[in-house]
Write a new protein. Sequence first.
Lengths: 216, 465
Amino acid sequence: MRARDAILGRIRSSLTGEADQDAPSYELWPQGTWTAPTDLFACFADELHRVQGESKRFKSVGDAEQFLEKLHRELGKPRAIFVDHPTCRQLVQAIEGACFLDCGMDRTQLATIPLAILSAAFLLADTGSVVVLPRNHAERLLCFLPDVTVFVARTGCIVPHLSDVWEEITRQASDPSSRGEMLLVTGPSRTADIEKKLVLGAHGPRRLIVTLIDEM
Amino acid sequence: MHEHHSYGMTFDVAATAGLAEPHAPPVVAISAARAVHSKAIASARIPQWETWRETAHRIKAWTIAHLDRLLVQFEQQITARGGKVLWAEDADQANALILEIAKSKGVRTVVKAKSMATEELALNYVLADAGIRSMETDLGEYIVQLAGQRPTHLIGPAMHMSAGEIGRLFADKLGMAYTEKPEDLIAEARKRLRQDYLNAEMGVSGVNFGVADTGTLAVVENEGNGGLSMAAPPVHIAVMGIEKLVPRMADLPVFLNLLARSGTGQALSTYTHFIQGAAPPRELYVILLDNGRTSILADKGARQALYCIRCGACLNVCPVYRRSGGWAYGWVYPGPIGAVTTPHLVPLELSGELPFASSLCGACQEACPVKIDIPHQLLHLRHKAVTRRSPVRSGGERLMWRLWSWANRGPRRYRLLTWLGLRVSLRLPWKPGKPGQWLRAWRRGRELPDIPAQSFKAWWRNRKP
């Protein structure tokens, strides 16, 4: 407590006598500075591609299943895990031997899974970002540990930009019972620490694939 | 202050050390130029970029003017979410807190995400002395840790090293076959650090923004090492400078945009984490670090230095930084922001030369996403450096300027001194243009003209019409 009181005391003595003002108010996206794209998916796909992510759009769950089955085969049929979420639940039979995430799995067990299928809460068209709201610690770790992450969402979950989901993120952040982490993922893990040359898969997933389904 | 943490080297000595690094200046300059280019593209996509800079400046000004109230609010919100807030007046107190936590949990390995605040603490050395293995996980930080060096840039810690040098370093220290291929070097680092994420008992990170009204810790990064360092071990310690607050969750988007676009030229960083307390059995500690920041606050003319969001944009555009590299600045914070921050955080007697490491061209202010008036901050500190005890307050120089000031107060005095100066100079045993050894350091890059036989006024009077 001594350090706390000393620091706050020094701050207060420096600020004594300064006029109190209201916090600044401003508009993040003033009118006329930005217009929502007419084709949200095209905009999202372009931006995701710009950050080396991949996007796939399917009309139905069946089409998405075929894609996942093919991807799994191309990757050499690695061990795969699905997050137990309504969007992922419909796809689990696409991958042979895949199972749902057991939230009791520890980091060592999770690190043995090369392919994870996760649920995206929202997608941001102007940055190609995925908004992830992990419900437990294992889900949080699955965003970073596998080599390949596939995020699944309804195509209707794409919003023009961050401001459109900020209210929801703020609502969750304001709730003291919400613990853990919310995450924006914009492309696969990367580094440019060696001569500013971009290399993917620094520590997290080397590939990030967003699978969008129109009718779900 | 830990003995391994060399700080307050004079700019000149440190600059010489930096320049001796064979590839440093060209590699730094090339990488900085690339970063400037990426930032220009990323900011051009935002029509209201200038409005955002102005807005961020106003928010930071308001935050600093209400810092006591916001810190208390932030502490309450973190505590309500199961986190523990600890306060540290200086590096020693912060290190003692971290060691105490580590010892109580039986920690043997720590994984560390990139954090400038922990650089201030020289935390790796402190942990090593206590028998705890501390691994930097950001690739650039990992490289400089392996090389036994200090970071040279806020965003690109190993910016001074070429791929070849890193290849030789990895071959020497890790025993891998020499390669210059970044993909192979990174794969090796990934493989080794993956094991540390799985074994470490504690993770340490910095904080980019602490949100006062929700207790949210916003941390941005690109590699995934931050996510793994914060989430994989059961204990997470976040070290945060007390100035890193923003008042409301609503203020975050403008800062997230400005930071990513200015720092790395991205629309958003690859990973933007919003940490919300901790659910048992996991533990979260937030250490609020002063370490000289309240001294900056007490000096009204210097306060804007507290607005910094550590994007590194001012470094990339600075002609002095590009030539000298990061080590030249002698302490944790290089470049223009280092020149205005360090003299407050380490004694002026040791760092007083830093504000002079600038041409005052103003490029740093133009690049700064929160519009810190760095040139005026430098002038403010230059004034301090020459009026207080510092390396630039030399007795000889003060005497010389006093004489100059006296001579310029009247034409007769001026004529007398010029006449005297000419006579003395012409009779010196050496020519002023070649003043021998004692002015050698000063004359590096400067050339003195030969002393003419007569003054300009005498020449003017005698010239033929």
